[in-house]
Design a protein around this ligand. Structure first.
Ligand code: NDP
Length: 248
């Protein structure tokens, strides 16, 4: 295990699979203590066991990011265990793609709640600790679709553009206190994300898109995030767009 993040404490949301899981492993392997949050506790415990078997440190905090009490409990558990929060990776997300005419209102609401409201609320809960520390790093998962549009995704695209705008605006308020904010914009990554698509035709299109190229793997984004948070305090990488070489 490396040492560039020794002594750092990182919260990673959506750590039960995909990019979040790989990011927790990448940060732990560089010396950070990682607090892994998501709803699926079994997956988090498996991740914790893997990290600990390699000599790393992880704390499992089952969290539904749409629940305000869970958000507070995640911050409290982190502070109780470690007394600080250096890195927040806001990664939890869902992508229930649909034509706007076919999507039900609950799905619209949940997409906004998970991808945007949960991210904003958790950041709001963590920032006071970072301000007190006069340091901290917030890393938000937006998407290539926050910049280049994809059809049948108006609600999803809106959340990802919102994440980018939230991060850039947050930075204006907190940069002077030593807090860094980064927006990560992955292209196509091979994960479970398309499983939340109920529309079979759209799901197939997304799967075909993935098969038409060599997609990114979760660890490709995890390495990007590890690079971003391993910079010296005066270096703030604000935005990174990472696409598969084949994705145009
Ligand atoms: P996964 O489906 O593998 O991971 C999504 C994670 O979000 C899971 O750990 C899931 O955990 C968690 N999650 C979902 N709902 C909630 C909730 N209510 N509360 C807490 N956690 C929740 O997909 P990815 O790894 O691909 O996605 C990670 C991020 O990357 C997302 O924000 C996604 O939008 C973004 N992204 C992904 C791209 C891709 O091509 N894969 C491209 C661009 C961006 P659980 O179900 O256990 O709660």
């Amino acid at each position: 295990f490396g040492s560039e993040l020794d002594g750092k404490v990182a919260i990673v949301t959506g750590a039960s699979s995909g990019i979040g899981e790989a990011t927790a492993e990448a940060l732990a392997s560089r010396g950070a203590s990682v607090v892994v949050a998501a709803r699926r506790e079994d997956e988090l415990e498996e991740l914790q066991a893997g990290i600990e078997s390699e000599g790393g440190d992880a704390l499992v905090v089952p969290t539904d990011i749409t629940n305000d009490d869970d958000i507070d409990a995640l911050v409290d558990a982190t502070l109780d265990e470690y007394g600080r929060i250096d890195i927040l990776v806001n990664n939890a997300g869902i992508m229930p793609l649909s034509h706007i005419a076919d999507v039900d209102r609950d799905t619209l609401q949940t997409t906004i709640d998970v991808n945007l409201s949960g991210l904003v609320k958790l950041t709001h809960a963590v920032v006071p600790t970072m301000l007190e520390q006069e340091s901290g790093h917030v890393v938000n998962l937006s998407s290539v679709v926050g910049r280049f549009l994809m059809e049948n995704a108006s609600h999803y695209n809106a959340t990802k553009a919102g994440v980018k705008m939230f991060g850039d605006s947050l930075r204006l308020d907190v940069a002077a206190e030593g807090i860094r904010v980064a927006t990560i914009e992955p292209g196509s990554v091979a994960t479970e994300l398309p499983e939340s698509i109920a529309d079979e035709e759209i799901k197939e299109q997304i799967e075909e898109l993935g098969e038409s190229m060599r997609p990114l793997q979760p660890d490709d984004i995890a390495r990007t995030i590890a690079f971003v948070v391993s910079q010296p305090p005066h270096v703030d990488i604000n935005e990174v767009l990472v696409r598969p070489t084949d994705q145009v």
